[in-house]
Design a protein around this ligand. Structure first.
Ligand SMILES: [Zn+2]
Length: 470
């Protein structure tokens, strides 16, 4: 009795000692690994050179376009070259919208300024105008409430949505969310009161003459009217003219239209886990971009970072216990067909995805991880406890927040979903416009984002996440 009690006590004590001694050891070991990953990314990272190739040799790659098909094949080849396992395509049918040759707008026969061109571009999904364009009296609005109040007064008019970004928002994504309903639903609300077209102030706080496109929607039973983005310089000019002169008219000409759905694919590659190969940690970005600029920040950056994270682990000979998978999703911008198809396949046939991190906020300096889970719960804590691994690059701010459009549906099926958070002040200077080019991407910032993904995916693939209780 006495003896077995003593044995029992020794067992408990040794367990306690091992537990205490083990934790600092593994923490130290992971810190060592994180340091090596970050060193390798900064010294020899290839995310930037890959992004340069994607931007300059393939360029913008809207879903359904020949360039998007080229980007799918390029990505597949890059994954093979990087030595990833199980490289394959998941076929997905995608919408195929084309901008066409003509997109122009001008103020017509103003008493003050005569006929003056305005810089516009079609919003993604917009129908064309008649060949000679549509001419209408311009009415400036800032809210849908104002649109409803116009009622029959809007009949035959071109509604001009001119609610700017709230510049006091510290995080520019909040300013975007506060304005983007004008782009998404502006045409629907305008058509309901009889307007013939809409112009929407570009989704940026930067003042320049470059319009920013992005997806817009129609609704069943509501007439489909053409919709264009106007540059911020153009929007300010038009607004001032409207204050000075009654009855200002604009002629808008667009030739955009939607073709039949096109075949495309998600591109997938992985490092197979050594102990739990059927459990997956996913890293992702989206391969499609708008047909403006080069899709450098949005979201070529996220794609090359996901691939680079796996390359870094391979180069350093780090073998994760669970599988780490890179997915380049197709059609995030105008349909999310890639993300939806991926989540449906995983829900039906597995393998189980314990965690997923998307990088789709630009290739800027990483500041941390947003975790789509209750900050007091075990899932959040199981991730946040590793934030110290990223302290040396100041990417250790882990907060509750949104993950990413492509992986959100995985979250609905129980995967712990997260987003790579980056410094946000410049993103909307470039987003969805001719400004989004490779020269706007800083090599070191991009590589550090890739290193952040590599560190987090490696530690989560080895240590797991507390998914229960999410
Ligand atoms: Zn994006």
């Amino acid at each position: 009795m006495k003896f077995s009690a003593a044995v029992f006590l020794v067992l408990i004590l040794s367990t306690v000692i091992v537990a205490f001694a083990g934790e600092p050891d593994s923490a130290r070991a992971y810190k060592d690994v994180a340091g090596k990953i970050i060193d390798e990314a900064l010294a020899n990272g290839q995310a930037y050179s890959r992004l340069r190739e994607l931007c300059l040799q393939i360029g913008p790659r809207l879903s359904g376009s020949p360039a998007a098909a080229a980007a799918v094949e390029w990505s597949r080849q890059e994954m093979v070259k990087a030595g990833l396992d199980n490289v394959h395509l998941q076929p997905v049918m995608v919408p195929h919208w084309v901008r066409g040759e003509v997109e122009e707008a001008s103020v017509v026969n103003s008493r003050q300024v005569g006929t003056v061109p305005l810089t516009v571009c079609a919003l993604g999904g917009s129908v064309a105008t008649p060949a000679l364009g549509v001419v209408g009296k311009v009415i400036e609005v800032k809210t849908f409430e104002e649109v409803r109040r116009l009622g029959a007064g809007a009949k035959g008019a071109i509604l001009f949505y001119n609610r700017p970004f709230d510049k006091t928002e510290r995080n520019t994504f909040n300013a975007y969310v506060g304005a983007v309903d004008q782009r998404g639903r502006g045409a629907i609300e305008a058509a309901r009161v009889g307007a013939v077209a809409v112009l929407v102030r570009s989704m940026t706080s930067r003042l320049d003459d470059i319009p920013h496109t992005g997806v817009m929607h129609y609704e069943d039973g509501v007439p489909q009217i053409p919709a264009a983005a106007i540059s911020t310089v153009g929007a300010n000019f038009l607004s001032e003219l409207l204050q000075a002169e009654a009855g200002v008219r604009v002629n808008l000409r667009l030739s955009s239209h939607t073709l039949r759905d096109a075949p495309s694919a998600n591109v997938i590659g992985e490092i197979t886990g050594t102990e739990l190969p059927d459990e997956v940690v996913l890293l992702g970005g989206h391969l499609d971009s708008w047909d403006k600029g080069q899709g450098a920040h949005d979201d070529g950056a996220g794609c090359v970072q996901a691939l680079e994270a796996l390359s870094l682990l391979k180069t350093l000979g780090l073998k994760p216990k669970r599988t780490i998978r890179a997915v380049m999703f197709i059609n995030e911008e105008n349909g999310t067909r890639g993300g939806k198809a991926y989540a449906a396949e995983i829900a039906a046939n597995g393998p189980r995805h314990i965690a997923a991190i998307e990088s789709d906020r630009g290739g800027f300096m990483p500041t941390g991880i947003s975790v789509d889970a209750d900050p007091g719960g075990p899932a959040f804590k199981s991730v946040a406890k590793w934030s110290f691994l990223l302290e040396s690059i100041q990417a250790h701010r882990f907060e509750k927040g949104y993950s990413g459009v492509d992986i959100a549906a995985l979250g609905d099926h129980g995967t712990l979903v997260m987003g790579l958070v980056v410094e946000s002040q410049r993103y909307f200077d470039y987003h969805h416009s001719d400004n989004d080019t490779i020269d706007k991407v800083n090599e070191r910032e991009l590589e550090l984002g890739a290193a952040t993904l590599a560190v987090m995916s490696y530690v989560l693939a080895n240590e797991g996440v507390g998914v229960e209780g999410r």
